[in-house]
Design a protein around this ligand. Structure first.
Ligand code: F6P
Length: 344
């Protein structure tokens, strides 16, 4: 068989480990040929391809980003051509089956293709960890480690200057990165989208901590954290992407001003942004991505199309693509409540 691979959506540490695993096992065990589409669905629509073999996919385990490039191209957007355009691109590249690696948008396209009879096996990825159907996505662990390292560093400078530091992390509308990194980094307050916050209550908590003798505080704010109605604070938004998602970011800018004004404590903010997606994956993510890659090529060999690989407990399983698409997987309240013990 000749199998196509693509990476879509935001890049994520571990994408290259999936590509390496799919190609290595596919050649070794099944004698398949592989073609990579460059820049996600754009590469299928433009037939922008690169042949993949054992040589050009070796040495990829520690490498961040994606050797195929990525984009947020939506083939089902008006003028995008939909299934017909994708099928034409796949035929031109001589592809029998496709393995798209991506988040809810990429897997949403894969699900539509599967419904139209295209042989597809998906691989879920996102640093946000908000994809349903799987316990964990690769990239998340790396993002949490990067954010935790940053919080550790911010602690020493916050303490030296007696400051409040607000650190903004990614995660879209789920608080997994904020709660996990905040818990691991010993945050004094964590704001997540699942729990709208009241800025006065936040300030009260910080005041309480300083009243008991602490001279600095670390606040971790998820980019998607929202104030309760009536506080007059908003997260800035700069338009939407091809799948209609708003671009988040900037809540820390508002919080810096509000916390300083209301408490009188000197406050600074840091937005970690894309640093959380860059660089080498952790060992955990390399292993998970490799297991996903091997699972995906085995699923292709078994003819298990219209599915994606997933982690359930410690097992890699196949699950319908639609499982990932129904509702986002929001933060486990128990994790937040554990972190909450250490607030204030
Ligand atoms: O979904 C991953 C993610 O990094 C989110 O956490 C973030 O909101 C978004 O992508 C940023 O997207 P972009 O790279 O297009 O700015």
């Amino acid at each position: 068989m000749r199998i196509g691979l693509l990476t879509g959506g935001g890049d994520c540490p571990g994408l290259n480990a999936v590509i390496r695993a799919v190609v290595r096992k596919g050649i070794k065990a099944y004698g398949h040929e592989f073609v990579g589409f460059r820049y996600g669905w754009a590469g299928v629509l433009d037939t922008n391809t690169v042949d993949l073999d054992e040589n050009n996919t070796s040495g990829l385990l520690p490498r961040g980003g994606t050797i195929l490039g990525t984009s947020r191209t939506n083939p089902y957007k008006e003028g995008g051509g939909g299934t017909a355009a994708i099928v034409a691109g796949l035929e031109q590249a001589g592809v029998d089956a496709l393995i798209p690696i991506g988040g809810e948008d990429t897997l949403g396209v894969a699900d539509k293709l599967a419904a139209d009879g295209v042989d597809v096996v998906g691989v879920p990825k996102t640093i946000d960890n908000d994809l349903a159907g799987t316990d964990v996505t690769f990239g998340f662990h790396t993002a949490v480690q990067i954010a935790t390292d940053a919080i550790d560093r911010l602690h020493t400078t916050a303490e030296s200057h007696n400051r409040v530091i607000v650190v903004e992390v990614m995660g879209r509308h789920a608080g997994w990165i904020a709660a996990s990194a905040g818990l691991a980094g010993g945050a004094d307050l964590i704001l997540v989208p699942e729990r709208p916050f009241d800025v006065d209550e936040c300030c009260e908590l910080i005041r309480h901590r300083h009243d008991r003798g602490r001279t600095f505080s670390i606040v971790v704010a998820s980019e998607g954290a929202v104030p309760k109605d009536g506080t007059g604070l908003t997260t800035s938004s700069a338009g939407v992407d091809a799948f209609g998602h708003p671009r988040l970011g900037g809540i820390a800018v508002m919080l810096e001003k509000e916390v300083e004004q209301r408490t009188g404590y000197e406050t600074r903010m840091t937005i970690l942004g894309h640093v959380q997606r860059g660089g080498t994956p952790t060992a955990f993510d390399r292993i998970l991505a490799t297991r996903y890659g091997v699972g995906a090529i085995d699923a292709v060999a078994a003819g298990d199309f219209g599915t994606m690989v997933a982690l359930r407990g410690t097992e890699i399983v196949q699950t319908p693509l639609s499982d990932a698409l129904a509702e986002p997987k929001l933060l486990d309240p128990e994790l937040y409540e554990t972190a909450e013990v250490f607030f204030g």
